[in-house]
Design a protein around this ligand. Structure first.
Ligand code: FAD
Length: 336
C-alpha cells in the first residue's frame, strides 16, 4: 500500500508513526531482528516501516532481504530507501524491479553520500562494498525521483529527505543553512515526490520554524505534502554524541544538561532519553498541521526506547482501524 494513501485514510487529527531499520550483517542478526520486528509490529502498529540502503548499493541484497521480511512475511507497509550516487543504472533498475516484485509501493529517493562517508556504510570488510561507479545520470536525489517517475509512472509513492538544520557533505563541509537546500527541495517535490522525511534533530523550535518555512513557501510546493519529522530515541550517551556529530543536529543546552547530569549511568540516560523524546513528540503534536501528524523514528534496530516513547505519547493506533467516513450501515452489517 502507498504511504500517502494510508495517511489520506486517517482522520485529520490523527497521529501516526513509522520506524526505520537497517539490514543486519549476519544471519543471526537477521533472525534476532525478525523476532523483534514481529513483536514491534504487533505491539506498536506502525503505519509503515523503512529499510535503509547502504551507500553505493553496499547493502543491496540485505536491504532487499529485510524489505521482503517486512513487506511479505510481516505484512507491513514497507518503504525501501534507495540512493543513486555511485550506483550504476542497472543496480538502480534491479532494486526497483525487485521492490516492485515484492509488492513494495514506497521508495525513499536519496542521493546517498560519496564513498568515504561512514553514516550508512557497512563498517567492516565482509560483504559487498558498493560498485564505486560514478554515474552522471544520477548526481542528485532529484535525478532518481525523475527516473522512478519516468520508468514506473505512479506505481511508487516517493519520499525525499529534508534537513531542518541544514545539510553538509564532503563537497560542502560547512553546514549550509536550511534555506540553502530549499530550491532543491522544491525541485524534488515538483519532480514527483509525495512526502518529505527529515533528518533527525533535537531542537524542536528549529524544526517548527523549518516546517513553517516550508508551509509558507511562495512556490506552494509544500502546501499539502506530508512532512514527517525524524526523531532518534536516545540509546546511549556515546551513540547520541556520535550521531549528532554526523547529522549536524544541535543538542539544545537544556537537553544536553539533562543528559550530562546522568551520563555515567546508562539506564538513567535511557530513562531521561525517553522523557526528552516524549516531550519533543508532545511539543510537535501541539503545532498545527494540514495533514495528520506523523513521526519517524530512527530505531537503530533497537526496541525498548522507541516502544516506551510510542506508548507514553499514545501513538499506538486502535487495533481495528477506524474507517474514515464509514457510514453506520457498514458497521451494523459487520456486527451482525
Ligand atoms: P539531494 O537532495 O541531492 O541534496 C544533496 C545536497 O546537494 C544538498 O546539500 C543540496 O542542497 C545539494 N543539491 C541538490 N540538488 C542540487 C543541484 N541541482 N545543484 C547543486 N546542489 C544541489 N543515506 C544512505 O546512504 N542510505 C540511506 O538509507 C539513507 N537514508 C536517509 C534517510 C533520511 C530520512 C535522511 C534525511 C537521509 C538519509 N541518508 C541516507 C543520507 C543522505 O543520503 C545524505 O544526507 C546525502 O548527503 C544527501 O541526500 P539527499 O537525498 O538529501 O540529496
Amino acid at each position: 500500500e502507498k504511504i500517502t494513501d494510508k495517511i489520506a485514510a486517517l482522520p485529520k487529527d490523527a497521529n501516526y508513526f513509522s520506524l526505520e531499520f537497517f539490514p543486519p550483517k549476519t544471519q543471526q542478526g537477521f533472525s534476532n531482528l525478525q523476532a523483534r520486528l514481529e513483536r514491534m509490529s504487533r505491539g506498536l502498529r506502525p503505519l509503515f516501516v523503512t529499510v535503509t540502503w547502504g551507500a553505493g548499493g553496499s547493502t543491496a541484497t540485505k536491504s532487499l532481504e529485510l524489505a521482503e521480511i517486512c513487506q511479505r512475511q510481516l505484512g507491513l507497509t514497507t518503504c525501501l530507501h534507495l540512493t543513486c550516487t555511485n550506483m550504476s543504472r542497472s543496480l538502480v533498475d534491479d532494486a526497483l524491479q525487485q521492490a516492485k516484485a515484492l509488492g513494495i509501493r514506497n521508495i525513499l529517493a536519496l542521493r546517498g553520500d560519496p564513498p568515504r562517508s561512514e553514516e550508512y556504510r557497512e563498517r567492516d570488510d565482509d560483504g559487498v562494498k558498493g560498485e564505486g561507479v560514478s554515474n552522471e545520470e544520477f548526481t542528485w536525489a532529484v535525478d532518481l525521483v525523475r527516473y522512478i517517475r519516468k520508468q514506473y509512472g505512479d506505481h511508487f509513492c516517493i519520499g525525499v529527505a529534508a534537513y531542518p538544520e541544514g545539510h553538509s557533505d564532503q563537497s560542502h563541509p560547512e553546514t549550509q543553512d536550511s534555506s540553502h537546500d530549499l530550491p532543491y527541495l522544491v525541485e524534488k517535490t515538483k519532480a514527483g515526490a509525495d512526502f518529505i522525511m527529515t533528518q533527525l534533530f533535537f531542537d524542536v523550535k528549529a524544526y517548527e520554524e523549518y516546517e513553517a518555512m516550508l508551509r509558507n513557501h511562495q512556490s506552494g510546493a509544500f502546501d499539502d505534502i506530508a512532512i514527517i519529522p525524524g526523531l532518534m530515541p536516545i540509546q546511549s550517551y556515546q551513540i547520541l554524541r556520535r550521531t549528532t556529530k554526523l547529522s549536524h543536529a544541535k543538542l539544545p543546552p537544556d537537553i544536553l544538561a539533562r543528559l550530562d547530569a546522568v551520563k555515567g549511568d546508562d539506564e538513567a540516560v535511557k530513562r531521561v532519553g525517553v522523557e526528552i523524546i516524549s516531550e519533543m513528540v508532545e511539543d510537535i503534536k501541539m503545532t498545527t498541521t494540514r495533514t495528520p501528524r506523523g513521526f519517524h523514528f530512527y530505531t537503530l534496530n533497537l526496541e525498548k526506547a522507541v516502544a516506551h516513547v510510542i506508548e507514553r505519547c499514545q501513538l499506538i493506533p486502535p487495533s481495528s482501524p477506524t474507517i474514515n467516513g464509514s457510514d453506520d450501515d457498514t458497521i451494523a452489517v459487520e456486527e451482525t
